[in-house]
Design a protein around this ligand. Structure first.
Ligand code: ZN
Length: 115
């Protein structure tokens, strides 16, 4: 399953970044998931709960998922447009653009630990 491998890679990233001792005190993970990333926040939550059921080490960690807007930057006038209804047009000069600057990413934005 797509979402399970995403959960695995998030945890792997955190394990490389932080010591095990610190990770045991982790209480929340904040993710930013672009609307074009093909990641469904609900399915990601389900995959997380399936991987860490009650009694496992990261079970108590809260997963916060913020979904980020699609944004394009016009090649002609450099204007940044928030894409709505998948209309990839510059709102200033109305030229079509596929120059995505936000919306495809999956980022670990923040991690919180208990003191
Ligand atoms: Zn433009």
């Amino acid at each position: 399953m797509h979402e399970t491998s995403i959960v695995n890679s998030i945890v792997k990233t955190l394990e490389m970044e932080f010591e095990a001792k610190k990770l045991n005190k982790m209480k929340a993970i904040f993710l930013k998931v672009g609307k074009l990333s093909n990641i469904e926040p609900r399915l990601l939550h389900n995959a997380y709960t399936a991987k860490y059921p009650c009694g496992t080490k990261f079970h108590h960690v809260q997963l916060h998922i913020e979904s980020t807007e699609i944004k394009i930057q016009c090649e002609f006038c450099n204007h940044i447009t928030k894409v709505q209804n998948y209309r990839f047009l510059c709102e200033k000069c109305e030229k079509p653009s596929k120059n995505l600057i936000q919306g495809e990413e999956m980022l670990i934005h923040k991690v919180e630990f208990d003191d």
